[in-house]
Each structure stands twice: as C-alpha cells, then as structure tokens.
Design a protein around this ligand. Structure first.
Ligand code: CA
Length: 230
C-alpha cells in the first residue's frame, strides 16, 4: 500500500484549515497544521512532510520569511496560499523557491491539481534529468536540441530553445519572468520582460495550433509562464 501523503499546513485562518482538513482524504493523508510561522517551521522540521501549504499573511512573520527559512535546509514542495491582489508577493515567493501558488478562495480540484504536479515534480527531481519532454503533440529532445510538433521538426532559435528547455524541465510549474530571464540571458537582464514576451510570441507561432489560445505554454498574467504537464 502507498504510504499516506504528509501535509503541513501553515495558515492562521481557521476556515481554510478546516476546509483542507475536511477535504483531504483521511486514509491517504496525514495532516499537520500550524497557525504561526515559527510553529510551522518547527512542524516542517519535525514531520518531514511531502508537501507544505503556506499562507503568506501570518500573524508572527511574513510567509516569505518562513519560505526562505525552510529553503535553507529543505527542498520539500511548497505551495503558497495567497489572497487576491498579492501579485508581487506571489512573484517574490516563486523567486524564493516556492513551487506554486493558489489564490484564495480555491477549490478542492484546483488544490489537488497543484499538489499532484508539485509531488510529481519533486519525485522527478530525485530521478535526475530527463532526456526529453513530451506532452500532447509536442516533443522536445534535450540532448539533440530538437523540437517536434506532431512528428515534424520545428526550427527554433538558440534563445527559443533555451526558453523551451527551462519550461520543459519543470512541467506544470510556474516560472517567473525573473527566473526565465536569469536562466536564458543571465543575471543582467532581469527586468526585460518585453524581450521575453517577444520570444514567447515567436515560440507560440511555431508550436501552437492557435497561438492566441496557447495549449502548451500558459501565461500566468503578471507572474510568468507555465508548461503544460502530461
Ligand atoms: Ca493569513
């Protein structure tokens, strides 16, 4: 039998903790909760969870600070729970190593979709680097540096390939503008989101059936981009 998934939830809102406790299937889940950042950090250290759900607005300290402290010693997947309109905080959290975020109020379906991707992504990290990525009709061969759509090779520029590679190495995960710029162009270009948009437009022309309604690379408005997970 599969061992239960261990959750640590760091959230001061009782309603949200109740909702999570009630929704997560009890046989398959172990659920630990903390109301403050300090208690949450301790709980993560003690329980060695599979996943952490972290609220950004905590009574004793900033959720971002909690995230940074956990990231000093743990790679556990962390999903941020944020209030609407906290775009800047979300970006800061992703840049600081959060795996994903959910905007309140969120549904059980949204939560489980994000949790599944975060868990799979962390398992994949342990397995080591894959040689290729495939989803739908899109296939990216990392070693040969080739991109195929429905079996046909698509010519991409070196920059476009680097962008595709960055996203395809983390399917289902939002990469922020900063993370992509740093990865593709290096540390000096971190504020040129316009450049990023131009290259993304060009990639979409090449890989998407309908570039204005992209299937493979989704725009997370104001935050970054996300590659479809298989
Ligand atoms: Ca809160």
């Amino acid at each position: 039998m599969k061992s239960p998934t261990r959750y640590v939830v760091i959230e001061d809102e009782l309603a949200i903790r109740r909702f999570l406790r009630a929704s997560l299937p009890s046989g398959e889940t172990e659920f630990f909760e903390a109301e403050t950042g300090e208690a949450g950090i301790q709980l993560v250290a003690q329980k060695n969870p599979d996943i952490v759900l972290l609220d950004l607005g905590l009574p004793d300290m900033d959720g971002l600070e909690v995230l940074r402290r956990i990231r000093e010693w743990s790679n556990v997947p962390i999903i941020i729970l944020s209030a609407r309109g906290q775009e800047k905080d979300k970006i800061g959290a992703l840049d600081a190593g959060a795996n994903d975020y959910l905007t309140k109020p969120f549904s059980y379906g949204e939560l489980m979709a994000r949790v599944r991707v975060a868990l799979r992504y962390s398992e994949r990290d342990n397995v080591g680097a894959a040689r290729e990525f495939a989803v739908g009709d899109l296939r990216i061969d990392f070693e040969a540096r080739q991109v195929f759509v429905a079996g046909q090779e698509v010519r991409v520029t070196p920059i476009e390939f680097k962008l595709l590679l960055a996203l395809a190495r983390h399917p289902g995960k939002v990469l922020t503008h900063n993370q992509l710029l740093r990865e593709v162009w290096g540390a000096g270009y971190t504020d040129s989101t316009h450049t990023l948009r131009v290259h993304m437009g060009s990639i979409r022309q090449k890989i998407e059936k309908n570039p204005s309604q992209p299937l493979y690379i989704r725009t997370e408005t104001g935050v970054g981009y996300r590659m479809l997970a298989d």
